[in-house]
Design a binder for this molecule. Structure first.
Ligand SMILES: CC(C)(COP(=O)(O)OP(=O)(O)OC[C@H]1O[C@@H](n2cnc3c(N)ncnc32)[C@H](O)[C@@H]1OP(=O)(O)O)[C@@H](O)C(=O)NCCC(=O)NCCS
Length: 161
């Protein structure tokens, strides 16, 4: 059974490991911990093991999903959907109307999850993320070769509660 709740410190440490195993550009533990322990962010536990989390922030009448990750061995079992559903409950509890998020163009699983939960595409941010490849092309000026790191666009999505 999957249980969703706010974080304890022990759960933060496990969630951070899940986060780091999935991301190229990792946040520091301190930043992750601060976001996880803000009394909004949520952790998913299955048989008492931490299997996923969603980090939320909130300003006025809107929440933002800053991060969501499900342990790679537990994906496609409905945990991401449960976490997103729980963010709706959190936001409604605070009488909020909107939830925003940003997602890479190439992240099909996440985009499909958000679409299926009623998020709509409202905009794009060009070159917002560092892309997975190390080098896109090189420049050659004054006898010097400089590698240029590729960037990836982001979709901005919004859910009206
Ligand atoms: C995105 C993520 C959180 C989804 O978690 P999950 O627990 O696997 O998702 P669920 O099992 O609840 O799936 C819900 C829906 O998402 C979509 N989805 C999930 N995985 C998918 C995949 N690999 N391909 C296409 N659609 C997918 C489907 O619409 C699915 O509904 P369905 O099962 O009825 O087809 C998970 O893939 C993950 O942790 N990815 C790495 C981190 C990440 O990219 N986070 C998002 C940053 S913006």
């Amino acid at each position: 059974m999957v249980v969703i709740s706010t974080f304890t410190e022990v759960e933060v440490a496990v969630a951070y490991r899940i986060f780091k195993s999935d991301r190229m550009n990792t946040w520091s533990y301190g930043i992750f911990e601060k976001s996880a322990l803000n009394n909004l962010s949520l952790v998913a536990k299955k048989n008492n093991n931490t299997v996923g989390y969603v980090l939320l922030s909130s300003v006025l009448d809107e929440s933002t999903i800053e991060e969501i990750t499900v342990d790679i061995d537990e994906r496609k079992k409905g945990i991401g959907r449960k976490l997103i559903q729980a963010t709706f409950t959190q936001a409604l509890r605070m009488q909020q109307q909107f939830i925003y998020l940003e997602v890479r163009f190439s992240n099909t699983p996440a985009i499909e999850l958000y679409r299926s939960m009623g998020f709509e595409l409202i905009g794009q941010r060009k070159n917002y993320y560092k892309a997975a490849r190390e080098v896109d092309h090189v420049t050659y000026t004054n006898n010097k070769i400089t590698p240029v790191a590729p960037r990836e666009n982001a979709y901005i999505m919004k859910k009206v509660l």
